[in-house]
Design a protein around this ligand. Structure first.
Ligand code: 5GP
Length: 116
Protein backbone atom coordinates (compact mmCIF):
# COMPACT_ATOMS: atom_id res chain seq x y z
CA UNK A 1 0.00 0.00 0.00
CA UNK A 2 1.15 3.54 -0.69
CA UNK A 3 2.55 5.92 1.92
CA UNK A 4 0.35 8.97 2.58
CA UNK A 5 2.69 11.96 3.20
CA UNK A 6 -0.13 13.77 5.01
CA UNK A 7 -0.71 11.16 7.72
CA UNK A 8 -0.80 12.52 11.28
CA UNK A 9 2.73 11.41 12.22
CA UNK A 10 4.22 12.86 9.02
CA UNK A 11 2.58 16.15 9.99
CA UNK A 12 4.00 15.87 13.53
CA UNK A 13 7.45 15.27 12.01
CA UNK A 14 7.12 18.41 9.88
CA UNK A 15 5.99 20.40 12.93
CA UNK A 16 2.56 21.06 11.41
CA UNK A 17 0.83 19.40 14.39
CA UNK A 18 1.85 19.75 18.04
CA UNK A 19 3.31 16.87 20.02
CA UNK A 20 5.23 16.31 23.24
CA UNK A 21 8.63 15.25 21.94
CA UNK A 22 10.72 13.26 24.40
CA UNK A 23 13.66 12.08 22.24
CA UNK A 24 15.04 12.78 18.79
CA UNK A 25 18.08 11.75 16.77
CA UNK A 26 18.98 11.85 13.08
CA UNK A 27 16.78 8.85 12.20
CA UNK A 28 13.98 8.69 14.77
CA UNK A 29 11.57 10.70 16.90
CA UNK A 30 9.78 9.69 20.12
CA UNK A 31 6.76 11.54 21.50
CA UNK A 32 3.95 10.97 23.99
CA UNK A 33 0.82 9.20 22.75
CA UNK A 34 -2.16 11.60 22.78
CA UNK A 35 -4.42 8.91 24.30
CA UNK A 36 -2.08 7.00 26.63
CA UNK A 37 -3.08 3.42 27.39
CA UNK A 38 -0.90 3.51 30.51
CA UNK A 39 0.95 6.48 32.06
CA UNK A 40 4.14 7.09 30.08
CA UNK A 41 2.89 5.66 26.76
CA UNK A 42 5.45 6.75 24.13
CA UNK A 43 5.52 6.30 20.34
CA UNK A 44 8.75 5.78 18.36
CA UNK A 45 8.79 6.56 14.63
CA UNK A 46 11.36 6.76 11.84
CA UNK A 47 11.90 10.22 10.33
CA UNK A 48 11.77 8.81 6.82
CA UNK A 49 8.54 7.71 5.07
CA UNK A 50 7.41 4.19 5.91
CA UNK A 51 3.83 2.89 6.10
CA UNK A 52 4.47 0.05 8.55
CA UNK A 53 6.60 -3.01 9.29
CA UNK A 54 5.70 -4.52 5.93
CA UNK A 55 7.59 -1.90 3.92
CA UNK A 56 10.28 -0.93 6.44
CA UNK A 57 13.94 -1.10 5.46
CA UNK A 58 16.51 -2.84 7.63
CA UNK A 59 18.00 0.57 8.44
CA UNK A 60 14.64 2.00 9.56
CA UNK A 61 13.99 -1.04 11.73
CA UNK A 62 17.45 -0.93 13.30
CA UNK A 63 17.12 2.78 14.09
CA UNK A 64 13.60 2.38 15.53
CA UNK A 65 14.64 -0.60 17.65
CA UNK A 66 17.65 1.24 19.06
CA UNK A 67 15.41 4.17 20.03
CA UNK A 68 12.71 1.83 21.37
CA UNK A 69 15.29 0.21 23.65
CA UNK A 70 16.58 3.62 24.79
CA UNK A 71 13.05 4.86 25.50
CA UNK A 72 12.13 1.63 27.29
CA UNK A 73 14.87 2.28 29.84
CA UNK A 74 13.87 5.95 30.08
CA UNK A 75 10.12 5.44 30.64
CA UNK A 76 10.72 2.60 33.11
CA UNK A 77 12.89 4.93 35.16
CA UNK A 78 10.61 7.97 34.78
CA UNK A 79 7.39 6.10 35.58
CA UNK A 80 8.68 3.69 38.21
CA UNK A 81 7.89 0.68 36.02
CA UNK A 82 9.22 -2.84 36.45
CA UNK A 83 8.94 -3.72 32.76
CA UNK A 84 7.76 -2.53 29.38
CA UNK A 85 5.36 -3.76 26.69
CA UNK A 86 6.27 -2.92 23.07
CA UNK A 87 3.46 -3.12 20.51
CA UNK A 88 3.30 -2.56 16.77
CA UNK A 89 0.29 -2.87 14.39
CA UNK A 90 0.13 -3.31 10.61
CA UNK A 91 -2.74 -2.36 8.27
CA UNK A 92 -6.34 -1.84 9.39
CA UNK A 93 -7.03 -5.53 9.91
CA UNK A 94 -3.90 -5.67 12.07
CA UNK A 95 -5.10 -2.80 14.28
CA UNK A 96 -3.13 0.05 12.68
CA UNK A 97 -4.82 3.48 12.74
CA UNK A 98 -2.01 5.84 11.76
CA UNK A 99 -0.15 4.78 8.63
CA UNK A 100 3.41 5.78 9.48
CA UNK A 101 5.51 3.05 11.10
CA UNK A 102 5.45 3.35 14.89
CA UNK A 103 6.24 1.34 17.99
CA UNK A 104 4.24 1.73 21.18
CA UNK A 105 6.38 1.74 24.34
CA UNK A 106 4.22 1.04 27.39
CA UNK A 107 5.83 1.08 30.84
CA UNK A 108 4.22 -1.57 33.09
CA UNK A 109 3.62 -1.48 36.80
CA UNK A 110 2.27 -4.12 39.18
CA UNK A 111 -1.55 -4.25 38.99
CA UNK A 112 -1.88 -1.88 36.01
CA UNK A 113 -4.19 -2.47 33.07
CA UNK A 114 -3.57 -1.68 29.40
CA UNK A 115 -6.52 0.42 28.17
CA UNK A 116 -7.94 -0.90 24.87
P1 5GP B 1 -2.03 2.43 15.97
O1 5GP B 1 -1.97 3.00 14.58
O2 5GP B 1 -0.83 1.62 16.34
O3 5GP B 1 -3.30 1.67 16.23
O4 5GP B 1 -2.10 3.62 17.02
C1 5GP B 1 -1.94 4.95 16.70
C2 5GP B 1 -1.66 5.68 18.00
O5 5GP B 1 -1.47 7.04 17.69
C3 5GP B 1 -2.79 5.62 19.05
O6 5GP B 1 -2.26 5.11 20.26
C4 5GP B 1 -3.25 7.06 19.17
O7 5GP B 1 -3.62 7.41 20.49
C5 5GP B 1 -2.04 7.83 18.70
N1 5GP B 1 -2.37 9.12 18.09
C6 5GP B 1 -3.33 9.35 17.16
N2 5GP B 1 -3.34 10.66 16.81
C7 5GP B 1 -2.34 11.25 17.53
C8 5GP B 1 -1.86 12.59 17.59
O8 5GP B 1 -2.34 13.51 16.92
N3 5GP B 1 -0.83 12.84 18.43
C9 5GP B 1 -0.27 11.84 19.20
N4 5GP B 1 0.73 12.19 20.00
N5 5GP B 1 -0.69 10.56 19.17
C10 5GP B 1 -1.73 10.27 18.33
Amino acid sequence: MAYDPDNIFARILRGELPSTRVYEDDETLAFMDIMPRVPGHVLVIPKTPCRNLLDASAAQLAACMATTQKLSHAVMKAFGAGGVTVQQFNETIGGQEVFHLHFHVLPRREGDRLLP
